[in-house]
Design a protein around this ligand. Sequence first.
Ligand SMILES: Nc1nc2c(ncn2[C@@H]2O[C@H](COP(=O)(O)OP(=O)(O)OP(=O)(O)O)[C@@H](O)[C@H]2O)c(=O)[nH]1
Length: 697
Amino acid sequence: MTSSSPDSAGRPAIRTIGRIQPCGWLLVLDAEASSVLQASANLPELTGLPMSQVLRARPAELLGRRLAIRLKQEIKGRSRLPAPLAITRRVGEGSMKVQVNAHRRGDRVIVEIEPLGPMGQRRLMALVNEWLRRIGEAESRDRLLDTLVEGVAQLTGHDRVLVCRFDADWHGKVVAEHRHGPVASLLGQHFPASDFPAQARSLIEQNPVRSVPDVQARPVEVLAYQENSGAMRDDLAACVLRAPSPEQVSYQEHLGVGAMLSIPIQSQQELWGLLIGHAMAPVPLAPAIREAARALVQMAAQRLFLLRARQEARYLQRVQDSRDLLTRARRRLPSPESLVQRHGAEWLALFRAQGVTLVHHGQLVSFGQVPSLEALDTLVSRLEAQHTHEGPWYTANAEMQAMTQGLALDGICGVLAIPLRLNTQRRDWLLLFRPEQVETLYWAVPGAAAGDRSGSAPAQPLPGRHSAWREEVSGRSIAWERIERLAAMDLGEDLALAASVHEIERLNARLHQEQQALADANRRLEQLAHFDSLTGVWNRYRIEQAIDVELAAAERYGRSFALLLFDADHFKRINDRFGHEMGDRVLRELARRVGQSLRGCDHLGRWGGEEFVVLATETDREAAVGLGERLRRLIAEVAVEGLPLSITASIGVALWQPGDSRKTLVKRADQAMYRAKTLGRDRVCLEDGGADASPVT
Ligand SMILES: Nc1nc2c(ncn2[C@@H]2O[C@H](COP(=O)(O)OP(=O)(O)OP(=O)(O)O)[C@@H](O)[C@H]2O)c(=O)[nH]1
């Protein structure tokens, strides 16, 4: 900002508050657009008034009454004019058609006046429509961009129109170009990120079209009286006419460019790239042509994002197909480990990767080429500790990331890590690895590239080319694209689900086994608790329970039942003569035969030693004695292999009497049995008072 002191005549000082290009005129008005605050120093040419007067004039004196009123009305309550106003101005002897545009900046209204070009509106419209049609029909990205650069070149007359695509680091690569005349090609070359500083990128939002019709032209100062000069430094940031900075001028000179145009290719979410027009000599660019070029770029951007969406949809379909396979596989419940082995090759193709690792329950399963186990372990612990959110972690430049630095990655430069949340305590991971991809870059501007990128060899000038330097970029893999990251997240979700299903199935199987074991144990326990281990018939505890149940039923319903207690005769002799094992065999055989001969409603139990109890339900005295006699005969017929003797038993019979307890009933049966013993054995005795069945044949 420069200023001059009041002159000798005492007139107030005039300050310079900015600069514009000489291809137009600029006025800064107050918020109501009713008084002039600042004006470009070339306004005397257009108005015929001296500068001192311009700075004191009312807008109507400079723009004409009708235009000034329209301007005032149309900018009221708006941030910019809905459409430019066109007027014809008398300039000197002749007249000139100019376009007036205005926008608000803080509490000021900035008015830009530009001469309209010679091309008729109708011819221009026809041309634009033709190119819009061609752009709308392009079926591939390359075809689309080629059409765009050709169309813009035809409209603007620039010698070289190119499309520069930004990468994730804001380096730009020239991906399409149209040239006219002997101008050097920049196709395939790179512009370093330093050519597109963040500040310049943010200016794109304020004023998307940047046109410098004459790079070398001396800028025109925007002046103000001291009292009106309190302008913000960036007052002119959104002006089309804003003069390029000295650095921009020298940059363009370096490229040998006399005129330039730049229009962003963007969606609401992203700045995809830039369309750049270069002319070796100055080229005036009428506002209508500038706008037409912008319309072409906007149409191309729309088409570009549509084509990309289609391509992404195709890619997602492939991923979906793979996920379907996984879902089908899930029904067969394979382990996550076997899924990796089965689908690994397919995932590597889908994600352009060379290796994949699934970290599941602390176990690592890999397919393809992956880092060493030690490196993987370290990577997973670092991810666990440092990557706290649910989204993916990724890098194309592993050496430069703290997460992957210092790991023996064996030539792997790209890592995409997807956290799989299976339980709340610990995460599993799906890891994809990409190899290094050495790339040769041609930098459009020497010097600027060196040091910008890590791991790259120093940039070398290319022999025979002035504007390109060659650089070998190493230590990087191809970048993980957004759509690939999203697809990997989907795959991760499926894997987590498959792992959960498998895990649940495994736990269920274990639970089933445990239940089975528990049931077996219970069965064994019951066997132990209720059955005699030698003979397999009920033990004393169980038969006592049964007697109690029968006593209760008899007490309640008056149902008569009998208890038969029998004891093998002279059993000791068998043991003594033929051994204890023979004694055991005899007891088993005896129990088996007696048990088999009983009715389903009667019960046999071992009372202890060689003594057994038969509980005969619904049995009266006669039937009980009959049963005793039947058993006596049956026992006498029992033959045991290797035993040359016959076996006999003494049987005591007692019948339930009202008021009986287990003890009294058993006691009577025991006494009866004792009597049978004393009467000579091998006989049935009824309790006291009953007639004994006679034995011996
Ligand atoms: N082998 C075998 N012997 C048993 C078992 N339980 C008891 N004994 C034996 O059975 C015999 C019973 O002998 P005693 O009570 O003298 O009666 P006994 O020899 O049958 O004579 P009486 O009952 O008077 O006819 C003892 O020798 C016990 O050791 C068993 O489970 N297996």
